[in-house]
Design a protein around this ligand. Structure first.
Ligand SMILES: Nc1ncnc2c1ncn2[C@@H]1O[C@H](COP(=O)(O)OP(=O)(O)OP(=O)(O)O)[C@@H](O)[C@H]1O
Ligand SMILES: [Mg+2]
Length: 313
């Protein structure tokens, strides 16, 4: 049986003027990198605060590593690490002093703290600079150190709230790769809030899309991309040029069509049905080997999901 690291059951949190989290049901297996995606104000940070036991749910409940977050917040915090909006680093201390402080506070021995600092800072290329005051560091370096801090006491679950916020694209990609490696090596379960959909696509095994506190979709990034509603259709096969291409181009609802490495790539109106296009291809003598309908990227799938949920309001 798969071990479940994080689960929520109709988790709900109201603030005076808004329902920030609305009947959230999640089940995240251990060892998974879960990306929580949603526009500003959709309830991502509030969810993490609920999961850390920093905020009481209005109704519903949540468990992290088998501990109810309302009943056993101490146990939850001992077994988890977190990187929230404020890094929690002390600018006047050196990187090493910061990690020593957090490690000792978490009950680690001096020897263990020393070994762990080496283990975390070396792959992040920060080991040589561990004696410098954190206040003098660039944002990207501080962010890497904050990630190291969140992993210091070897938590089995780590929450990262926008870990790449404010980083340039190269630094963000670097941090994402470092994270992926650490996560793979340590087998830790990660719950990451992010707006970077390209990051989510590369880093996350599973993503959930949230809006106004409600979960719109959950699944693997490729599942979300190929979920219904995509405007992109790809057809692979033989004889797709010439006649087939021009007939498809003239079909109703086909916005754009091109041949890429002998695959037909079509951008469609939302309501065009895949079988109608397939029929045209076959009628004109095309041989089909594979048909894929979906969004091109996770970003497009995300936008589609949000648009579709607009219609529900
Ligand atoms: N302490 C609070 N008091 C009142 N309202 C709050 C509080 N915390 C959050 N909210 C409201 O709850 C909603 C969700 O906020 P939250 O910070 O969880 O969103 P988010 O998805 O993390 O957004 P962002 O992407 O901008 O970080 C917002 O409408 C926000 O104003
Ligand atoms: Mg937030």
């Amino acid at each position: 049986m798969t071990e479940i690291a994080i689960s929520t059951h109709s988790l709900t949190r109201d603030f005076p003027s808004v329902r920030a989290v609305d009947s959230l049901d999640l089940e995240i297996p251990a060892g998974v990198v879960f990306g929580f995606l949603g526009p500003n104000g959709s309830g991502k940070t509030t969810t993490v605060r609920l999961l850390l036991g920093l905020l009481e749910p209005t109704s519903g409940r949540a468990e992290v590593l088998g501990h109810d977050v309302s009943l056993e917040p101490q146990a939850v915090r001992a077994a988890t690490g977190a990187l929230m909006e404020h890094s929690g680093l002390y600018e006047r201390l050196t990187a090493q002093e910061n990690l020593e402080f957090f490690g000792r506070a978490a009950g680690m021995s001096r020897v263990d703290v020393k070994a762990r600092i080496q283990e975390l800072l070396d792959p992040l290329d920060l080991l040589e600079r561990r004696g410098e005051q954190v206040g003098t560091w660039s944002r990207g370096m501080k962010q890497k150190l904050a990630v190291a801090r969140s992993l210091m006491h070897r938590p089995r679950v780590v929450f990262l709230d926008e870990p790449t916020a404010g980083l340039d694209p190269v630094a963000a990609a670097g941090l994402r790769d470092d994270l992926a490696r650490l996560v793979a090596e340590e087998g830790v379960t990660v719950f990451v809030n992010t707006h970077h959909l390209a990051d989510a696509e590369r880093l996350c095994h599973q993503v959930g899309v949230v809006r106004d506190g409600r979960l719109l979709a959950v699944g693997r990034p490729d599942e979300l991309r190929t979920a219904t509603g995509g405007r992109r259709l790809e057809i692979a096969g033989h004889g797709l040029g010439g006649d087939v291409l021009s007939a498809v181009r003239d079909a109703t609802g086909v916005l754009e069509v091109r041949l890429e490495n002998s695959r037909l790539v079509l951008d469609l109106d939302q309501d065009v049905r895949t079988p109608d296009i397939v029929r045209i291809v076959i009628d004109r003598g095309g041989e089909i080997e594979e048909v894929r309908r979906g969004a091109e990227t996770l970003e497009e799938a995300f936008m589609n999901l949000l648009e579709a949920s607009d219609d529900d309001i």
